[in-house]
Design a protein around this ligand. Structure first.
Ligand code: GSH
Length: 100
């Protein structure tokens, strides 16, 4: 089912979700966030979104598939939404700025 906004599955305590959220806010991308209780575990989230139960996970408006792992999520966001790139073009500056 297609949607108009990017959907972020996050958690208040998740640093990995926080950095995806930060990129979305920096790039002024409209998104909806569903908070997952990772401490308690969320059986519905595990069954329907991420069998590992971890956040972040993202559904993009352009696709029905779900993507896990904050690094590839941020890279794809950067590719799909070209305004305000999060990484420098210069390879030396890029090497100094890559996420880890
Ligand atoms: N390498 C993953 C790490 C994701 C991760 O560790 N998420 C934690 C919160 S920061 C989590 O969901 N923990 C719940 C669990 O392990 O069940 C990423 O960068 O997205």
């Amino acid at each position: 089912m297609s949607r108009s906004k990017l959907l972020l599955y996050g958690s208040a305590s998740s640093s990995a979700a926080r950095r995806v959220r930060a990129v979305l806010i920096y790039k002024n991308i409209e998104f909806e966030e569903i908070m997952i209780d990772i401490a308690k575990g969320d059986a519905k989230y595990k069954a329907l979104v991420n069998p590992m139960g971890m956040v972040p996970a993202v559904k993009f408006p352009q696709s029905d598939s779900v993507l896990f792992e904050s690094l590839p999520i941020m890279e794809l966001i950067n590719e799909l939404y070209r305004e305000k790139p999060i990484l420098p073009k210069d390879p030396y500056e890029l090497a100094r700025n890559v996420f880890c």
